[in-house]
Design a protein around this ligand. Structure first.
Ligand SMILES: NC(=O)c1ccc[n+]([C@@H]2O[C@H](COP(=O)([O-])OP(=O)(O)OC[C@H]3O[C@@H](n4cnc5c(N)ncnc54)[C@H](O)[C@@H]3O)[C@@H](O)[C@H]2O)c1
Ligand SMILES: O=c1ccn([C@@H]2O[C@H](COP(=O)(O)OP(=O)(O)O[C@H]3OC[C@@H](O)[C@H](O)[C@H]3O)[C@@H](O)[C@H]2O)c(=O)[nH]1
Length: 386
């Protein structure tokens, strides 16, 4: 049966130029596009480890529909040609791990703003549609976080639910370099919006709210640098795999809503295949029902990991660390992130499905299967003497 869009029209096969296709989100999006659609993907990235299973062997059912181009978009003249060959460009490329925002602010700003500029320009000049990945961090802190601790208004959603077309973007002072990322993302959003307003660029901006699942980031010392600090899912997975305590930054009081990557990818596919409903919009993509504090996340992951691995949890599974000790000078945090879902629901009829418990169980089962043996081997190796 022909695939149809939300308005019942047949969907024509398209070519998608996906920049950052080798990352966490890109790998899941490529998988979905190959398994469930007839679309072609020009996959651009500096790495391809996370999509190698889609590229080899040649006998895969989608062979010929996905093509990898090893390209650093900072300096590669092939970029414009690839954008021209495609009907749609999706830009996922970015430095997006908080440990980098305050320690490598220049790289962060260049990656999230300067390096994205040519992508926007080539799309605009060649009349190509663009789906750009921004972040929920553009909201920064909630208005409620500035109210007195005991103010009853803190319980009022008007002071914390984040709305694409109404909430302000509230960042800390410049010396809190954490906000270098959010600020760069905000400026590229404004530029894309302006290209839409002045030059009729067809765009969609996605603001992901903590998408998590298999293949997110890396496990330090196994498939990433030993001293590297990935996002919280991989930090906590690493500690559980090594039977170490999970570190709670500044007491783990910050709140997040986590969404399963597979639910979020459904939303992106709807945007890809329903341009008339998605163009000109900024979409929150998250799961407002999955809110926890970071401390609660640690407790839940400890319990679930014990279930999937069959190993008893540590007697004291967490330890508090200061943000200065963990991330260094210039760190700051978003206090709470609840996405308003009105716009995506109205335009695309999309809602997330998976509970936090279920998505953590699926993800930790994957982490255990993928890494437990490698960690055991690495930990039993004698430490090299200096
Ligand atoms: N995962 C989330 O919850 C989340 C939340 C908010 C925003 N985002 C945004 O979504 C996008 C994708 O995030 P992700 O979680 O998949 O991150 P990721 O780090 O796994 O993926 C980014 C990919 O971009 C590639 N890349 C970076 N710079 C490049 C360059 N100069 N040239 C070519 N490739 C380059 C990287 O190699 C990487 O494979 C990012 O823009 C990020 O800011 C993600
Ligand atoms: O080991 C850890 C790691 C992290 N944390 C805390 O856990 C929370 C979540 O941290 P993450 O590393 O997942 O990143 P954040 O949610 O702060 O930001 C992310 O959100 C949106 C995206 O744009 C980016 O992927 C990233 O900036 C923070 O409060 C952090 O301080 C710990 O308590 N312990």
């Amino acid at each position: 049966m022909a695939r149809v869009d939300l308005d019942g029209r047949a969907i024509a096969p398209m070519t998608i130029c996906m920049i950052g296709a080798g990352g966490f989100i890109g790998s899941h999006l490529c998988e979905k596009l190959m398994a469930e659609t007839p679309h072609k993907v020009l996959a651009l990235d500096v790495y391809n480890d996370k999509i190698r299973h889609l590229l080899e062997p040649e006998s895969l059912p989608w062979a010929g529909r996905i093509q990898f181009h090893r390209i650093n978009i900072k300096h590669d003249s092939r970029l414009e040609g690839l954008i021209k060959m495609a009907d749609l460009t999706i830009n996922l490329a970015a430095i997006c791990t908080p440990a980098d925002y305050n320690t490598r602010p220049l790289d962060t700003i260049y990656s999230n703003f300067i390096d994205a500029l040519p992508v926007v320009k080539y799309c605009s000049e060649n009349n190509k549609r663009l789906i750009h990945f921004s972040t929920c961090e553009v909201y920064g802190k909630t208005i409620g976080s500035f109210l007195p601790k005991d103010s009853p208004l803190r319980q009022d959603p008007a002071y914390f639910v984040l709305k694409e077309d109404a909430s302000p973007c509230i960042f800390g002072p410049i010396e809190k370099q954490r906000w270098s990322y959010a600020c760069a993302k905000q400026l590229i959003e404004r530029l894309i919006y302006a290209e839409g307003a002045e030059n009729a660029l067809e765009f969609t901006i996605v603001r992901p709210f903590n998408w998590i699942g298999p293949r997110m980031d890396f496990i330090p010392g196994i498939d990433g640098p030993s001293e590297g600090v990935p996002r919280v899912l991989a930090c906590f997975s690493n500690a559980l795999l090594r039977r170490e305590q999970l570190k709670l930054v500044d007491g783990g009081q910050s709140q997040r809503t986590f969404i399963y990557i597979k639910d979020a990818i459904e939303a992106v596919l709807l945007m890809i295949e329903n341009p008339e409903r998605a163009n000109g919009h900024i979409f929150n993509v998250g799961n407002p029902n999955n809110e926890v504090t970071v401390r609660q996340l640690a407790e839940m992951m400890t319990q679930i990991y014990s279930k999937v691995s069959g190993e008893a949890a540590l007697d004291v599974p967490t330890v508090d660390v200061s943000s200065k000790e963990f991330y260094g000078e210039g760190y700051d945090d978003s206090d709470k992130r609840i996405p308003d879902m009105t716009i995506i629901n109205r335009q695309l009829g999309w809602d997330p499905k998976t509970s936090l418990w279920d998505l953590l169980e699926a993800t930790l089962t994957y982490q255990h299967k993928t890494y437990a043996e490698a960690i055991k081997k690495a930990m039993s190796r004698p430490v090299a003497s200096s």
